[in-house]
Ligand binder design. Structure first.
Ligand SMILES: NC(=O)c1ccc[n+]([C@@H]2O[C@H](COP(=O)([O-])OP(=O)(O)OC[C@H]3O[C@@H](n4cnc5c(N)ncnc54)[C@H](O)[C@@H]3O)[C@@H](O)[C@H]2O)c1
Length: 417
């Protein structure tokens, strides 16, 4: 984004500067150097633990322990929120009530109903809320969505996605200890899991691409779920989730933190008139092959991951850009509804016989917990486009014995409860 010489830099406050927030610091400091914005404060109760603390202090940017303290002394046109999930809604509300537009990290929140209240508040205050799914701001994904909406691909037949992202114990113990939690101490829903955090993008992306407008996402009608856990957490670290669209097309999502092998996201989306695929490891970006042989390269969905911040900066100044924001609060609601719909699905614990513990870290205490047959089972389920419990091979037989599948949950009924 070029800065128009007549435009004043957008004033910005950033909430959460450690963890993922460090990437916001880098982006905002670069945008500041390009005169796009002015970072007028950061908020983090553990700011000094962030690797970015020193450079924030060197630049003379004020640091606050609470958002209240920031707004008591200051104001900002844009508030960026990269704090843990339980703070997404209260901080978004607080920032809007104090005159700021908001970009808040994904997921929307732990509770899908927050989306309705936030959208109403956004209308009332005239402040936008961007949900920080970077793929939904990415050029390749947006041009694919344009073609889907223009009817180039016809109706969707099936979609499948797989992510194997091993995470060690330190991941689950990071920050203020909210990882893998269902609720915060005050009862606020978090529902942190592989599907609501690290791999949330790829579940959301299937719904996003099927939205009936550039900034909407499709709501699944029903959902099947198999949830597992190998780490000592409240929620699940492994899942097979299959959503069904109103037309009955299955959207399969296979994700885990419990394999030895790291396999970055892959997807195959099949439509009437062609098929779209992506393999992060392949280096080819998103490629569509139409039934008539035409090939279309859309580009890499991992390019320019912080472009979402520049969308926000532009939208503060430009009403037309605001109207075209691709991922606003309502766009993030279908993902949140899906997570809500499966919130009480029983989680299968991993029996000793299937568990492998791989020591790591300086003194070997940073353990990676692996569910032994999972790597092969996930790959087979992806190839066959089926749930883990629907496999019939020998390798996954022991795994299938422990799964607790729940099929055909009505999303409408579950979110109405
Ligand atoms: N878009 C992405 O690719 C991506 C990647 C990782 C995380 N995230 C999202 O970013 C958010 C933070 O995740 P994380 O993994 O960085 O968490 P984290 O726990 O590692 O870091 C959170 C940061 O927020 C700070 N913090 C904690 N409580 C706070 C409070 N009350 N007010 C202000 N700051 C507070 C912490 O001190 C820390 O600096 C989550 O919503 C997560 O889903 C997004």
């Amino acid at each position: 984004m070029e800065n128009n010489i007549n435009q004043k830099p957008v004033t910005v406050v950033l909430v959460g500067i450690g963890g993922y927030g460090a990437l916001y610091v880098d982006e905002l400091l670069a945008d500041m150097d390009n005169s796009l914005c002015r970072l007028v404060g950061v908020v983090d109760p553990a700011a000094a633990k962030s690797p970015k603390f020193d450079c924030i202090c060197e630049r003379g940017i004020p640091v606050y322990a609470t958002l209240e303290a920031f707004y008591n002394h200051n104001q900002a046109e844009l508030c960026c929120i990269a704090a843990p999930i339980q703070f997404h809604t209260p901080y978004t509300v607080y920032a809007m009530e104090h005159g700021s537009h908001v970009i808040c990290e994904k997921p929307l929140s732990g509770c899908y109903t927050d989306g309705v209240a936030l959208a109403a508040l956004s209308d009332k205050t005239g402040k936008f809320i961007i949900s920080g799914y970077q793929w939904s701001h990415n050029r390749a994904i947006l041009s694919l969505k344009r073609d889907i909406l223009d009817g180039k691909f016809g109706a969707v037949k099936q979609m499948r996605t797989k992510i194997l992202w091993p995470r060690r114990e330190s991941y689950f113990k990071r920050g203020s200890g909210w990882a893998g939690k269902r609720c915060a101490a005050d009862g606020t829903y978090i529902l942190d899991s592989v599907a609501n955090n690290a791999a949330a993008h790829y579940l959301h992306n299937m719904l996003f691409l099927l939205g009936d407008r550039m900034n909407s996402a499709a709501l699944p009608v029903s959902v099947d779920a198999e949830l597992m856990r190998v780490n000592p957490i409240e929620n699940f670290d492994t899942c097979a989730i299959r959503m069904h669209t109103a037309d009955g097309a299955p959207l399969l999502f296979l994700a885990t933190h419990a394999t030895k092998e790291n396999e970055d996201p892959v997807f195959i989306y099949e439509f009437e008139k062609g098929s779209v695929s992506f393999a992060a490891a392949g280096g080819h970006g998103i490629v569509a092959v139409m039934n008539d042989g035409e090939e279309i390269s859309y580009g890499n969905p991992f390019d320019d991951q912080m472009v979402k911040v520049r969308y926000a900066l532009r939208a503060v100044r430009d009403a037309d850009a605001r109207a075209e924001l691709p991922c606003i609060v309502s766009t993030a609601v279908p993902h949140a509804q899906c997570i809500w719909a499966i919130r009480d699905v029983p989680i299968a614990d991993t029996p000793e016989a299937l568990l492998e513990e791989i020591p790591g870290g300086e003194n070997g205490e940073d353990i990676l917990r692996v569910i032994r047959p999972l790597h092969d089972a996930m790959n087979l389920a992806y190839d066959k486009c089926c749930m883990l419990s629907e496999l019939n091979d020998a390798v996954s037989a022991d795994l299938r014995k422990v799964l607790k599948p729940v099929m055909g949950l009505s999303v409408g009924e579950r979110v109405g409860e």
